[in-house]
Design a protein around this ligand. Structure first.
Ligand code: SF4
Length: 180
């Protein structure tokens, strides 16, 4: 089993190699590392803690941390989408950390979404994650009470990718479908 310390060391080493820094807020950083650890235990690879993973490595390859979008995001915005990796000026507080727009193509987001829904409701009932049967997965709609960001996934994200609010700020959105 992967330890939180191992996840932290891996991120620190990767940040150092690329001249980046890890988020300076210890509590926020801890949440992201915990998310990576949990995703690695669940899927077998550390998929991004702020995004919906399908559980299929080929579909999720681009969002295995550090994702394909990190370097262009840090170059353009000073931080990756989750703000796990940041540039020096943001680390030192000289530049504020602001929301980073999603760079992952919409087709890929949609594919992950479809795969998870199919796995939850579809006829094949194929497993979506290591050690977890599809029939056990319950997808829910979550919204961030701080900024209104909405996401469809099994559990709320560890950190809101838009306003960086913590998981506790997410609430389940319940929708009632009525007939005409
Ligand atoms: S956005 Fe950041 S935390 Fe998420 S996968 Fe990319 S590098 Fe990792």
């Amino acid at each position: 089993m992967i330890t939180l310390e191992k996840v932290r060391q891996r991120a620190e080493s990767d940040a150092k190699t690329h001249g980046y820094y890890l988020n300076p807020d210890p509590s926020f950083l801890g949440d992201l590392l915990e998310g990576l650890k949990r995703n690695e235990e669940r899927y077998g690879y550390p998929s991004c803690p702020c995004r919906l993973a399908s559980g299929n490595f080929e579909l999720d390859r681009d969002i295995v941390c550090p994702c394909d979008y990190r370097d262009p995001d840090v170059a353009e915005y000073g931080a990756c989408y989750c703000a796990l990796y940041v540039r020096k000026d943001l680390f030192e507080g000289k530049t504020p950390i602001t929301p980073v727009p999603e760079r992952r193509p919409q087709e890929k987001q949609a594919r992950a979404f479809e795969t998870t829904v199919e796995a939850t409701e579809g006829p094949s009932e194929k497993p979506v994650a290591v050690g977890k049967e599809a029939s056990q997965v319950k997808m829910k709609l979550w919204y961030c009470k701080q900024c209104g960001y909405v996401v469809f996934r099994e559990d709320p994200p560890y950190v809101c990718p838009i306003c960086k609010a913590k998981r506790e700020m997410f609430a389940e959105l319940r929708m009632q479908v009525t007939g005409y």
